[in-house]
Write a protein that binds this ligand. Structure first.
Ligand code: 13P
Ligand code: SF4
Length: 333
């Protein structure tokens, strides 16, 4: 490997090299993708240009399925680290590239494996259901992984007397406790984007747009979820905006998804739910570390690559396989 390029990745988390501003990045990325038999997977929270160039856009469950099933030789993952890591866990013979290794996740970071192992020890006889937004280290300490698409079905399929720890998202965990009547022990983690929505500002918006539906991701706080007309994963929210008769939607999740919502229903009005202050906090700074330039350089030089310790990969795979199996049985995939 070119040591200058490797040094740049080590220092910055991505290839900090100049890209000719005259280049048609859409055409160049398309050419490289075909030459290298690569697939670009992107989450809905990516910037519009990346969504437009992706081969597949989806929620965490859809992306994991696609990563597991693809016969492409290279997977470029335009999302955050835990998503690319999941792709590698599921498809270890493929080269998994991530445009920026520093594209992390506040929710995943809120649950360090060493502390979580101690937390587990304090709750013997509990099984661990972990939201996919966690590190491989947490996955390896878990019995079952879930996403926002299947968390309810997975928890409901467990025996009523089964004691459960749910990690790392306390908001999703509390929501699942509420809808299933369970009493799972919750790890105290949260997503910096979904925690910032202002209940007061949303209430004012609803007054101004009485016919608008509030749709929310279950990572939002209880006070916001209590006001919501519909709660679901990013894919579920997107589908709802297409199937529901309403003309206006207040969207309480990362604002990147509005790109696909508008494309899917151009005559409808979408309002990004306002954060608690005047910053652009309804955009995930981790997701937004990816750019078209970084996708181009990452595909061209095949760096940064997601490399995993094999023992950790095998341990982290078991609870993901269990999720896939339970999702099949529940008819979700
Ligand atoms: P989903 O797309 O699976 O609903 O997850 C949302 C999210 O926060 C991803 O980081
Ligand atoms: Fe993590 Fe929240 Fe960003 Fe999703 S939106 S990657 S949960 S910080």
């Amino acid at each position: 490997m070119d040591s200058v390029l490797a040094g740049s990745v080590e220092k910055n988390g991505y290839l900090d090299i100049e890209v000719d501003p005259q280049l048609d990045l859409f055409a160049e990325i398309d050419k490289l993708r075909k030459e290298k038999k690569a697939i670009i997977l992107a989450h809905y929270y990516q910037e519009p240009d990346i969504q437009d160039i992706a081969d597949y856009i989806g929620d965490s469950l859809g992306l994991a399925q696609k990563a597991a099933d693809t016969d492409a030789e290279i997977i470029v993952f335009a999302g955050v680290h835990f998503m690319a890591e999941t792709a590698k866990i599921l498809n270890p013979t493929k080269k998994v590239l991530i445009p920026d290794l520093k594209a992390g996740c506040s929710l995943s970071d809120s649950c360090p494996p060493a502390l979580f192992a101690k937390f587990k020890e304090k709750h013997p006889n509990h099984i661990v259901v972990s939201y996919i937004n966690c590190s491989a280290g947490i996955k390896a300490l878990s019995d079952i992984i879930c996403t926002s698409s299947n968390a309810r079905a997975i928890v409901e399929s467990l025996p009523l007397d089964q004691k459960i720890i749910f990690a790392p998202d306390k908001n999703l965990g509390a929501y699942i406790n509420k809808v299933t009547g369970r009493n799972m022990v919750l790890w105290n983690g949260a997503c910096m984007v979904h925690e910032i929505f202002s209940q007061q500002k949303i209430a004012k918006l609803k007054e101004r747009h009485p016919d608008a539906k509030l749709i929310a991701h279950p990572e939002c706080e209880e006070s916001v979820l209590a006001m919501a007309d519909f709660i679901g994963s990013t894919t579920a929210l997107l589908k709802y905006t297409q199937s529901d008769d309403s003309n206006t939607f207040i969207v309480a999740t990362e604002a990147g998804i509005l790109h696909k919502m508008i494309a899917g229903a151009p005559d409808k009005t979408f309002i990004a739910a306002p954060p608690d202050n005047s910053c652009a906090c309804n955009e995930c700074p981790h997701m937004k570390r990816n750019t078209l330039e970084k996708i181009y350089t990452c595909l061209k030089y095949e760096l940064p690559e997601l490399i995993m310790d094999e023992e950790l990969r095998i341990a982290a795979r078991k609870p993901i396989d269990r999720m896939m199996e339970m999702s099949r049985v529940a008819g979700i995939i």
